[in-house]
Design a protein around this ligand. Structure first.
Ligand code: C2O
Length: 553
């Protein structure tokens, strides 16, 4: 095992991902940020230097922080935010997982403004082997792009005026692939700075099979990803390798990842094709009339020699007569490395989260409804120390000052406790919203999707239905869509995952408005853990690096 060290300097830049100039947040001057790459078993060190004039944080999406819950990067859950001018180093071991992940700020909607990047873990345990199953790898980051600064949008959404008079997640102005898109500058409001861009291109090699690592780092939009005239073979969902599954189009929501194989035969040399994402605009309440739902990336197939490329045909699968275009349905995916979760679950560890239109999340269980989790700014430490985790507690007073209005509303979030000794627990998630599908994300625990259905499932109904759950090698993934007016039952492995973990909708605007709950896993174990002194210093404001001057903007 090796140590992989990164230094991320977080600062504002003037960006123009689709040609339209706007204020963005970048890492070392770039957005998307640099690729973090490690082997399973490695230690990863990421020093974050905050040059913004607001607090920040960095979360490693999909990683188990087993034994290191304070490295999860969530203000209010696992640390206090990193103040302007300060540095904070995340340090953890990458264990028992590999595949395609990503990282992003967990403060407000900062990742919408650019603070995110890809994270790839290689492993000798990965059943998909370079040189045998594929030749080359390519990360494809799908994103939606908002011309307004996202934290301004969020501030408006939580105010009484709303954003452009509305209180719902806004429409993006364009889609991006690997940070690039095209906006028609003649549609831009006068006075704005916009430079017309062309469709970006990427050279791929003829005769090679690629492992695409497709990540939706977006903040609102679900995408349908495809490559014209090329079938895709899905081999992993989030960090889970799956049996190969052929498909034409892959629906992918905020926070999700798919690895897919695609081959460009020798005969295609000199041709070009479009990779495209189609934004599901039906779910966007107030659509920007200038938005082009399809984002293109031109793939030029080269033999390595100097080649001239034909223009790509604009030919989506739906235009191809005789092909029945198949869209991936993730319930057809079967994990390649089989894992059953047939063990009996103690009914007392069954927790029910229900979300309503507008995003408030409520929790209940065997003993009825649960209360809110965080105390407000006046919270007394000693009073709270017994019944909730110290981790969560120490942040509360600081949080309410620094992070007010963002990420967590002052009254706190719904929380459930999975008691010590519980190996598996069932989390029922009811999406009671009849208008929107939500991409739910659970931090750090291993999440197995064992049931889905329309309507909702109460605690009492769980007892009846539990014998019918699919517990033999179900799909396990960290981010899954729960369609409107439906539920899912997630069997989580609590064993080895002590900590305070968020469960939230990954639509950044919903998250920022407080669509987030907490799972307190094994509180007894947590209370025995040492809070890293760097977190203590951060929360008490005694870190020497705090005196570095912050850059105003
Ligand atoms: Cu991608 Cu709570 O995070």
């Amino acid at each position: 095992p090796r140590t992989r060290s990164y230094h991320f300097v977080v600062d504002y830049i003037d960006g123009s991902p689709d040609g339209f100039s706007k204020k963005m947040i970048a890492i070392n001057g770039q957005t998307p940020g640099p690729l973090i790459e490690a082997n399973e078993g490695d230690r990863v060190l990421v020093k974050v230097t905050n040059k913004l004039d607001v607090p920040t944080s960095l979360h490693f999406h999909g990683l188990y922080q087993s034994g290191t819950p304070c490295e999860d990067g969530v203000p209010g859950f696992s640390q206090c935010p990193i103040p302007p001018g300060a540095s904070f180093t995340y340090e953890f071991k990458v264990a028992d997982q590999y595949g395609t992940f990503w990282y992003h700020s967990h403060t407000g909607a900062q990742y919408t403004d650019g603070l995110y990047g890809p994270f790839v873990i290689h492993s000798v345990n990965d059943p998909w082997v370079r040189g045998r199953d594929f030749d080359l790898e390519q990360v494809l980051i799908l994103n939606d792009n908002f011309h307004d600064y996202a934290n301004d949008i969020v501030q408006a959404l939580v105010s009484s005026e709303g954003y452009e008079g509305l209180f719902t997640a806004p429409s993006p102005q364009s889609g991006l692939i690997n940070g690039q898109g095209v906006y028609e500058c003649n549609k831009a409001a006068s006075g704005s700075r916009c430079t017309q861009k062309e469709i970006p291109s990427l050279e791929v090699l003829a005769g090679k099979t690629y492992r695409l690592r497709i990540i939706n780092t977006g903040s609102h939009s679900q995408f349908m990803f495809s490559i014209d005239q090329h079938e895709l073979q899905v081999i992993a969902a989030d960090g889970t390798p799956v049996q190969p599954h052929r498909t034409h189009r892959i629906p992918i929501h905020n926070g999700q990842r798919y690895d897919a194989l695609v081959t460009f035969p020798e005969a295609e040399s000199g041709n070009s094709f479009y990779a495209r994402t189609l934004m599901k605009t039906g779910c966007i309440y107030s659509l920007d009339p200038n938005l082009k739902p399809t984002t293109f990336l031109r793939l030029t197939v080269s033999s390595g020699a100097t080649t001239t490329f034909s223009d790509p045909e604009d030919r989506d699968w739906s235009d191809d007569e005789g092909t029945t275009c198949s869209d991936l349905d993730d319930s057809d995916l079967v994990p390649k490395i089989s894992e059953d979760v047939t063990a009996d679950v103690d009914p007392s560890s069954v927790k029910v989260f229900s979300s309503h239109f507008g995003g408030s999340l409520q929790a209940s269980g065997a003993s009825g409804s649960y209360g809110k989790f965080f105390v407000s700014s006046s919270g007394d430490p000693n009073q709270r120390k017994d019944d909730i985790s110290y981790l969560a507690y120490i942040n509360a007073p600081y949080l309410s000052k620094v992070n007010r209005g963002l990420n967590i509303n002052a009254s706190g979030v719904a929380a459930v406790t999975i008691e010590d000794g519980t190996e598996y627990a069932d989390i029922v998630i009811n999406n009671l919203d009849t208008t929107l599908d939500h991409p739910y994300h659970l931090h750090s625990v291993e999440s197995h999707i064992i049931a889905r259905g329309s309507g909702s499932l109460s605690y009492a109904e769980w007892k009846v239905a539990s014998s019918t759950f699919s517990t033999k090698n179900p799909l396990r993934r960290d981010t899954f869509v729960i369609p409107r007016a439906s539920y899912a039952v997630i069997r989580v492995r609590a064993d080895g995952h002590a900590g305070v973990w968020p469960i939230h909708c990954h639509i950044a605007f919903h998250l920022s408005e407080g669509f987030m709950g907490a799972m307190i896993i094994h509180p007894g174990e947590i209370s025995k853990m040492n809070i890293p002194s760097k977190v203590e210093r951060l929360c008490r404001g005694t870190d020497p690096s705090f005196s570095e001057p912050a850059r105003k903007r």
